[in-house]
Ligand binder design. Structure first.
Ligand code: THU
Length: 135
């Protein structure tokens, strides 16, 4: 359940991360924070590039930090803009988060957090590949 999650502190980590964003092209800074299944707190910010399509969303940094700090699963994620307001992740990042948190991953939203399965219904994921291999 999302009720056991300290959303205020997760959001404040995301709000600190957004100040580190490198977004000279869009001027749209994004910060992200996540709670892992073993209690670690991760963070990330967006990093843009002069070759615009190479931009890394804040969630990409988050997922890299998940693995570089020991792996595991994402339990809850907060992504905010420069006002500190939660934003719902872009489509690519919904898929990215789903891979590392599954359908029950909680995503910060107004007025209440939502499971990623609500943002990405009928998601394609690792189970599809397993089913195919077993067939
Ligand atoms: N952005 C993110 O970091 N995460 C999202 O989920 C949405 C978009 C970034 C990418 C780009 O640097 C800026 O926001 C404007 O699209």
């Amino acid at each position: 359940m999302s009720t056991g999650i300290d959303w205020d502190s997760l959001r404040s980590v995301a709000r600190a991360a957004v100040t580190r964003a490198y977004a000279p092209y869009s001027s749209y800074s994004v910060g992200a924070a996540a709670l892992t299944d073993d209690g670690r707190i991760l963070e990330g910010c967006n990093v843009e590039n002069a070759s615009y399509g190479l931009t890394l969303c804040a969630e990409c940094a988050l997922v890299s930090q998940l693995h570089v700090t020991g792996g595991g699963r994402l339990v809850a994620v907060s992504v905010v803009d420069s006002d500190g307001t939660p934003l719902t992740p872009c489509g690519r990042c919904r898929q990215l988060l789903y891979e590392h948190g599954g359908a029950d991953l909680w995503v910060d939203a107004e007025p209440d957090p939502v499971p990623v399965s609500q943002l990405l219904p009928d998601a394609f994921g690792p189970d599809h590949l397993k089913r195919k291999k077993g067939a």
